[in-house]
Design a protein around this ligand. Structure first.
Ligand code: SF4
Ligand code: ZN
Length: 302
């Protein structure tokens, strides 16, 4: 199999684009896809200060690497969640990656914020860790970016992640979530930093191949709590459709983004949290409410 661009030996075949590419041309293809997403969805401007949330997994490390190669001003951000074994391994991977690139790493620990990690907080409230973890990460990322003057927070969501979320929202007809699913969540208030997903036009397989070929050393293990994630069967369903009809995932997601504008927005009116000042639809934001509940459980234990 020869590379479509240069006649060298191809190392990957991408059926969705009817392409076979050698290493060099594949790495360029990935950069082009990210540039296309940035241009099409107006994600970032050159010169902006961009904070990239790194988990140690392939997607976030690839997002950082690609944006840095494209000349964006990126700094790394990692949250130590407090998940035994997994958090230590994630932090090691992130530190090694950042060191290799001479980049700046900002670190936050959930334990410093709540007095305990995510798993312990969930145990005290008798809730699954994931039901708190996403909210905690979003809150801390936004607050940190605001306090340090970043204009964008980048996450490594890829096409498979976004397709699975979209399918899940459609299967449950969650129109409120549908209207908020986008590669760009713009800033509508100075304390709300825009959220950007530059990998949305790249499949999971393409991101994985990018990491292997570049190469980027990432943490292959998933969080132990990810096992029962509802997105897994949805990803499998989309993979099956993709196998039968290459390009399905892209058509599904890009088609959605075209009709998304016509979905009525169901966002409640945002106001400032009476405790921390960050935006919420209630009097107190979910993060401050969580802190209060945990303090109450602490009081009961005394
Ligand atoms: Fe957090 Fe759940 Fe993801 Fe683990 S799987 S990092 S607990 S959201
Ligand atoms: Zn608050």
């Amino acid at each position: 199999m020869k590379c479509r661009k240069c006649d060298e030996r191809a190392v990957i075949r991408i059926r969705a684009h009817n392409l076979a590419l050698c290493r060099e041309d594949f790495l360029d293809f990935v950069l082009d896809r990210v540039q296309k997403a940035i241009r099409t969805y107006r994600l970032l401007q050159k010169g902006e200060r961009v904070l990239v949330a790194l988990s140690g997994g392939k997607d976030s490390l690839a997002a950082f690497d690609i944006l840095q190669r494209l000349g964006y001003q990126v700094e790394a951000f990692h949250i130590e969640l407090g998940i035994d074994g997994f958090s230590e391994a994630s932090l090691e991977k992130v530190k090694a990656f950042v060191r290799e690139r001479g980049a700046t790493l900002h670190l936050l620990r959930v334990e410093d914020e709540l007095g305990m990690g995510v798993v312990e907080a969930a145990r005290r409230l008798r809730r699954p860790p994931c039901s708190l973890c996403g909210m905690i990460k979003r809150y801390l990322m936004n607050r940190f970016a605001y306090e340090r003057g970043f204009s964008a927070v980048v996450t490594g969501h890829n096409l498979d992640d976004e397709g699975a979320t979209l399918l899940g929202n459609l299967l449950r007809w969650q129109t409120g979530y549908l209207s908020r699913q986008a590669p760009l969540l713009p800033s509508s208030h100075p304390r709300l930093i825009k959220k950007v997903k530059p990998l949305v036009l790249l499949s999971e397989r393409e991101v994985l191949a990018y990491c292997l070929l570049r190469p980027i050393s990432y943490l292959p293990d998933r969080c132990p709590y990810a096992k029962g994630a509802t997105s897994i069967p949805q990803k499998e369903a989309l993979n099956l459709l993709e196998l039968h009809s290459p390009g399905t995932k892209l058509r599904f997601y890009q088609g959605f983004l075209q009709v998304r504008e016509s979905i009525p927005q169901e966002e409640g009116e945002l106001r400032e949290c009476e405790v921390c000042g960050f935006l919420t639809v209630r009097e107190k934001c979910q993060f401050c409410t969580l802190k209060e509940r945990l303090n109450a459980t602490e009081g009961r234990r005394r």
